[in-house]
Design a protein. Structure first.
Length: 289
């Protein structure tokens, strides 16, 4: 077992006229991830050899889209969590949908929000949608790496109980509520699994394909690789990731939302399957320009 390190979810706090202003690592991860993605897109469109002809958009268009992307991430991420993970609770207390600072964001929801914003922006600015998707695919993994790392710092979204030597003893009553375990309970650090796989590994693969293999000349291919890569990683990690409490019951300790006999799918796995299918379709249909 590995004791959870002495980490604070807050970088610093300031008391101003009776109000506490705090900067949390999770918020900083969002900010840094968006800025890094912005830089990656600018670097790509400023490298002429990566494109057949002119880049699909200008630096000014990237700046304008940034605002819409942020809105898509926040609104989509929040509504995705509300719809996919805890609709009954928020129907009973709809005002709590606005309480973003209390947590509750969904990657699949944020992805859908950015997708809708991207489609609208591309149509408005007459930008090729597949090329925009490729640029976003290269930009996203760093945000995933930082976001999942921040989840670990916050001691949230931990995994299922494990006896493996790298199991982490997460703090809190909920993390220590492990059925059949006497004493301290170690869990899979599933946040770090995701940070390493869907963030670091997928990011390196996409950057290599984009900047070394020049896959921007195959519109839709990079986007397809991202969809397949994230979907497969999320599907596999779900086997060791603790599901949200609302999905767990005495008759369903695994937290399946779709069950067939002795097997089933969690919500994360259910949402990832369409991503994998769509990604394969984009990769297979991509052709060099």
């Amino acid at each position: 077992m590995i004791p959870f390190p002495d980490l604070s979810p807050t970088l610093f706090e300031l008391d101003i006229f009776g109000f506490t202003l705090a900067l949390r690592w999770y918020s900083l991860a969002y900010i840094a991830g968006i800025l890094f993605g912005w830089w990656m897109i600018l670097r790509a469109i400023r490298t002429p050899r990566l494109w057949t002809g002119d880049p699909p958009l200008t630096a000014e268009q990237v700046e304008r889209f940034l605002t819409w992307a942020v809105v898509g991430i926040i609104v989509g991420g929040r509504l995705g969590y509300v719809i996919f993970y805890d609709p009954a609770s928020y129907i009973a207390n709809p005002i709590e949908i606005l309480f973003v600072w209390e947590g509750g964001m969904s990657f699949h929801g944020g992805f859908s929000g950015v997708l809708i914003a991207g489609i609208w922006f591309c149509r408005r600015e007459r930008i090729p949608m597949l090329s925009m998707g490729d640029l976003l695919a290269v930009a996203v993994p760093m945000g995933l790496l930082l976001g999942r790392s921040a989840n670990f710092v916050n001691a949230e979204l931990w995994g299922r109980p494990t006896t493996l030597p790298w199991g982490v003893i997460f703090p809190g009553e909920a993390a220590q509520a492990c059925e059949g375990v006497v004493g301290l309970c170690a869990r899979h650090p599933s946040q770090l699994y995701q940070a390493a796989l869907e963030g670091l590994l997928l990011g390196v693969v996409l950057a290599w394909l984009a900047f070394r293999r020049e896959w921007f000349k195959r519109p839709g291919a990079l986007m397809g690789v991202f969809l397949v890569g994230y979907g497969v990683v999320r599907f596999l990690v779900e086997f060791v990731r603790q599901p949200d409490a609302q999905f767990v019951s005495a008759g369903n300790p695994i937290g399946w939302v779709i069950q067939f006999g002795q097997y089933g799918l969690t919500m994360g796995q259910t949402l990832s399957l369409p991503m994998i299918a769509a990604g394969l379709w984009f990769v297979l249909r991509a052709r060099p320009e």
